[in-house]
Design a protein around this ligand. Structure first.
Ligand code: NAG
Ligand code: NAG
Length: 394
């Protein structure tokens, strides 16, 4: 279009010398022509403004969060808080069980308080749903609850949006992920589980950049009703299994560095898998600084909403090869947990679940309901969840 305009420009200049009446008419034609061209080029012009920077309509993008119980509700709100704090421009959507409500009945009604907080303070769009579960497992009350993590697939239903980022809730977001909305078109983009034993590493469902599609959702829910292998379901791996079954060979792969760092990385000695370069020297500070998303994973130590058993902490915490005085890794690792617990207390007004017995969880079989389970009730911190009255009016 620029080319065309500059072709026309000299003629326009010449015409200035002509009679004024003609010039005016000419001017009108040129203006009409110019507007016409603008109109034709509007869709492409829409994506780049005058200075060449892409202008993006952020209402076409959203982060998808989900809550299936009080614990995951709080963690979804911590994510909404992080997105707001980090200046993310996209929408936020929260799926929650339809039998909850947003009427705060009393000061103990934490779920309703948190839903209101999400809606009013963090501008989260609330979507009541029936949580998804893995079929054939409902007889076992505990597993039935646990399996609701597959509710994250509801992100595929958000066809109103061009693209959606679905996040797990046992993570800390350190930077916004808004740039991922602008990736080239693809049904799904995900990082790989760089900690997996076997190669090729499977895709990890902690972060999924999705093109919402009801047909895909239907495929997943059909598979869910068929039930899953008990071990995978118990270990909270079934969603990952389904995603890999469907997209392992066709997904756009996001670099796990910096999009999927495990907290456990700070306890390890060999960092070549995360760094992706065996020659690069490990620098814990630098890795933390560049990381955008940290996933809590230090099994058998419990997740951060459950207290550490003191012996477990002694045994498992980063030891930096015994130079404990200035162990940067330990400081960072503890700081990640402390930060999560502090935000739970300050934002959700929830304390940590008491520590399980270390001897029971250590070494033995993987008991995800003890170390990761979200069904335990956490004690409430003093005070109500605070929603600014002014914001409520907005
Ligand atoms: C952005 O997209 C939304 C939804 O598609 C639309 O309603 C809105 O008008 C768009 N805004 C602009 C400035 O183009
Ligand atoms: C965890 O699961 C085990 C095995 O299914 C069960 O015996 C135990 O009661 C569960 N614990 C909690 C806290 O739900």
């Amino acid at each position: 279009m620029r080319q065309k305009r500059s072709d026309e420009l000299p003629r326009f200049m010449n015409d200035r010398e002509g009679p004024e009446f003609r010039w005016n008419r000419r001017y009108t034609y040129f203006l009409a022509g110019f507007l016409c061209i603008c109109w034709f080029l509007y869709p492409s012009r829409n994506t780049s403004s005058a200075n060449g920077e892409p202008t993006v309509n952020w209402s076409n993008y959203a982060y998808s969060l989900y809550a299936t119980d009080s614990t995951t509700l709080c963690h979804a709100i911590l994510l909404a808080d992080a997105l707001a704090r980090l200046g993310s421009k996209a929408d936020r959507v929260l799926f929650y069980p339809e039998y909850w409500d947003t009427v705060v009945s009393d000061s103990k009604d934490r779920d309703s308080q948190l839903l209101v907080l999400a809606r009013d303070k963090y501008k989260v769009k609330l979507q009541p749903i029936k949580p998804l579960t893995v079929g054939g497992r409902t007889k076992d009350q505990w597993t039935g609850t646990w399996d609701k993590s597959v509710t994250k697939f509801m992100a595929f239903s958000l066809e109103y949006y061009d693209r959606v980022i679905a996040l797990d809730s046992d993570i800390t977001l350190l930077q916004t992920l808004d740039e991922l909305f602008l990736l080239p078109q693809t049904p799904i983009a995900m990082p790989r589980a760089y900690w997996a034993d076997s190669k090729p590493w499977p895709l990890t469902s902690m972060l999924m950049v999705i093109k919402p599609n009801h047909k895909e959702l239907r495929r997943f829910t059909d598979r869910l009703t068929g039930g899953g292998e008990e071990m995978l379901v118990d270990a909270h791996k079934f969603d990952m299994e389904l995603i890999n079954e469907r997209f392992e060979e066709s997904a756009m792969v996001l670099p796990h560095r910096p999009y999927a760092l495990l907290s456990g990385e700070f306890r390890h000695r060999d960092h070549s898998a995360y760094l992706g370069d065996s020659k690069e020297e490990w620098d814990a500070e630098k890795v933390l600084k560049e990381a955008k998303l940290v996933h809590f994973s230090d099994w058998p130590l419990p997740k951060p909403w459950i207290m550490w058993p003191p012996e477990g902490l002694q045994e498992m915490q980063p030891d930096c090869g015994s130079s404990t005085e200035t162990c940067v890794e330990r400081r960072i690792w503890k700081q990640l947990y402390d930060d999560f617990r502090r935000r739970r207390r300050d934002i959700c007004k929830l304390l940590s679940v008491p520590a399980p017995e270390w001897q029971k969880i250590k070494g033995g079989e993987h008991l995800p309901n003890v170390t990761e389970g979200t069904a335990h009730a956490a004690p409430h911190a003093d005070g109500n969840v605070h929603v600014d009255a002014r914001r409520r009016l907005m």
